[in-house]
Each structure stands twice: as structure tokens, then as C-alpha cells.
Ligand binder design. Sequence first.
Ligand code: GLN
Length: 498
Amino acid sequence: MLSHELSANQIKEKIIKREITAQEIVEELFEWINLKEPLIKAYLCLDKEGALLKAKEVDKKLDNGEKVGLLAGVPVALKDNICTVGIKTTCASKILENFIPPYDAFVVKRIKEEDAIIIGKANLDEFAMGSSNENSAFHITRNPWNTDCIPGGSGGGPAAAVTADMAFMALGSDTGGSVRQPSAFCGNVGCKPTYGRVSRYGLVAFASSLDQIGSVTKDVYDAALLLQVVSGHDGFDSTSATVGVPDYLSDINNVDGNLRIGVPKEFFGEGLNSEVGSAVMNALEIYKRNGAELVDLSLPHCGYAVATYYIIATAEASSNLARYDGVRYGHRSQLSEDNIIDMYSRVRAEGFGSEVKRRILFGNYVLSAGFYEAYYLKASKVRNLIKNDFEDAFKKVDCIISPTCPTPAFRIGEKITDPLQMYLSDIYTIPANLVGIPGISIPCGFTNTGLPIGMQILGKHFDEGKILKVAKLFENETDFHLKKPNLIEPEPKKGIDI
Ligand code: GLN
């Protein structure tokens, strides 16, 4: 196996044992990126110089026999809505095209402290709004398993980078599924922690009551490792929890007691692709063979989750995005304006893409006088009903298992003109954001055409330790997570001679 194909923990062990230097691995990785990035286009920006500098620092620490961090020498990609001091953070939007943050996000600070190496900023749907990556203002990232397909969204860049071995792990954001859905489509492990588990300081806000930073990794151990590093209280994020951070790593192979797994009927109904459904059913059988009890469940209000989410998320987005006015930072129109209102309009008309505009309009509509009660207030009430469904369910079970998405990755262009179809691809991931519980997507099979299938494990608030163990149990029994795509340029399509 080539070095860049290893997991984050494996490469860290090799670096610590001095079997390879951090500089060597960075050099090798960038060679691979140079070869494969033109095909996949996972990144918006790469920082080889910064990566080599950090690698030298790690190697020096090891030379001097100093203690190194939990991510010593591990090259990491960051979704480009996570602020990095001195490196552009664009949110894949023209409005932030040249924005260089003056500070690091909390998670960036933490991974740097643990000696990770930041290699670049990965592509996303503009402002993390989308499910396919097609809303990036710059380019479309391709799914490494089939480059005619989308990698998922909004974090298609981080997921494609990890799948194509162009990063050992990545951090992203999950507001309605943007870590779990692309991970499912690309065959990675995608973990969205409990709301409040990881500080969002320095994450560009989309919908503040839903946003959470999560990880994209090659296996479950790496997910636990990265969560260990980025979890914990931060005074700069008022929603960051003060709940203590357990040790996610030492006991990861021991599922305690008799595992009770909830199987909610609403997640296996209409719209579910049959190959996805049977892969998850087969996975449930593996748990059963390992002593788990499967409990049939109903989460009756989940049918309203997508509608509820698109009211709450757009309402919050419309106020969060009001800060982009072209005055303090971001895009400023070159055309002259007569007054400040025209100036704001021009900045936003030029700077935002069409999906972001749709969400701002929608959000302003549902918040406007006369409509607030009918939409936002009602959605908040339905959100509570969904929360109650999960609370009741967790009285009976330890975790809930479902498909991560109703279908495998779809083709580029297939849904982009039909927003409703696009929104429905998040049907199984959105409830966890509305309720604030943790969820993890792990690979559980492949379709006949070779596309990965993801299975979602949901847990109680702050029960990340449990879902990681449940995920690890499955991973220990299977090898789906070890499969690699064949990154070969597709045959050029033959044109028609006229
Ligand atoms: N696809 C969802 C949306 O478009 C979720 C996005 C996300 O989690 N950032 O809003």
C-alpha cells in the first residue's frame, strides 16, 4: 500500500516510528494530488508551502525527542467555510472570493496544536447550501467512484478528497447532512457530533441552531481520533457545551451490554432505492448475528422534517447572510451606485449564486410580518414534536440505524433544476440536526454499478462514544471501508462527425 492510501492513524504511527518523515509524506501526497486533482477537483486552494513548513516543525520535534500531538504529521483538508488565518476562506462564493480571515477557527487551532498539517481548503456548495456540490461558484467536484456523478453536498470537496486519498482526513460542517451525505456517496465515515459538542467559532454561519462541525475520515478509529481533538468547551461559542469529553479511543472495540438497535419504519419507506434498502437490511443482520436486538420503531413526525428544516434553515440563513453588504469585507461592486441601498443590492446580486438567493428570499418570506406564525413558529413547534419522537425512541433503544440517504450518488445535472428533489436527498439526515443528536455514516455496501452505500447510526445527545463503538463493531466485521475507487480518466466521449 502506498503511504497516501493509509488511514490517518496508520500514517501518524509511521511518522512517530520514523519510518517516514512528515516532509516525505507531504511531498508524496502533493505528487498524488497533482496527478488526480485535475480529475476530481476536490480543492479550492492548496497550501503546499504551509504544509511543508508544518511538516518540518513536526520532524524537528521528533528529531529532538519532543512530545508530538495526537495528529502528528497527518495531512488534513478543511471545508472552505472554516476560517484559516492567512489562507483564503471563500465558502465557494464570489462574495468571499478574496477573503483571508484574520483568525483561525477553534477546530483549526486545535488540530494545529495536535500537530496536524493543513493541506488545503476543499470545495462545497456555496455557503454550504446544497446536496450535490453543483452550487459552488467555482467548479464542480466529481465523485471518485464515478466521475459523472456528484460527490454529494454540501461537503463534496472534503469527502472526495478523502476518498481519492488526497487527504487523510477532513473537517466539514453539517447543518442538514453535509458531512454524512457526501460521506455516504463517497464511501467514507462521516460523523456529525451533538449540537454543542464542537465549537463553531470560525465556522461561517449558515443556520445557527443547526450548524455543527463534523469529520470525514477513512475509518471509524480516525473519526474517534479527530473528534477527540476537536471536542470540548470554547468560550468563544456561546452554544458550545460544558459537558466533559470522554475518551473515545481506548474502549472503541467494546460495545457494552446487549445492544438494542431501533429500526424506524419511516426511514425505510417510499422513495428508498432498493439496493440501498437491502444493503442496510444486510448490515442489520450482521448486528443481529453479533448479539444485537433489533427493535421496530416509529418516529411519526419525521415525515415533516424536510419541510421544517427548509423553513428554519432558510430563516436563519437570511439573517446570517445579511452581514454580506460589501462594506467591511467581501465583494464590492465596481459599478458606481447612487445610494447605499443600491450598493447593497448590487453587491448581493453580483456576489451570491442563485441557490443562496433563493434561500435568502425564502427565509425573509417565512419571517415576514403576517407569515411568521404560519411558517417559522409552526416549524419550531413541529421541531419539538420530532424531538419528542426521538426522546421516546431512545427510552427503548441505544441507537437508531437507517440508510444515510435514500439513493446512491446521482448524476451531475440530474437534480439541479429541481430543488425539491435535491432537498429530498437529505430526508434521513435532517432529523438529527433538528433534534441536535449525533449521527455517523459508515460504508455498508455497493450498488451493482459500484457506487458506495452509507448507513447512518444515530445516538442520544452526547453519546458519540456509543455510536462510534456501534460503527466500529460493523467495520470490524466487514471490509467496505477498505475498498478504493479506480481513479482513471474516463474514455473521452466520441463526438458526432457532421
Ligand atoms: N443539503 C442541505 C442544505 O442544502 C444541508 C446542507 C448542510 O448540511 N450544510 O441545506
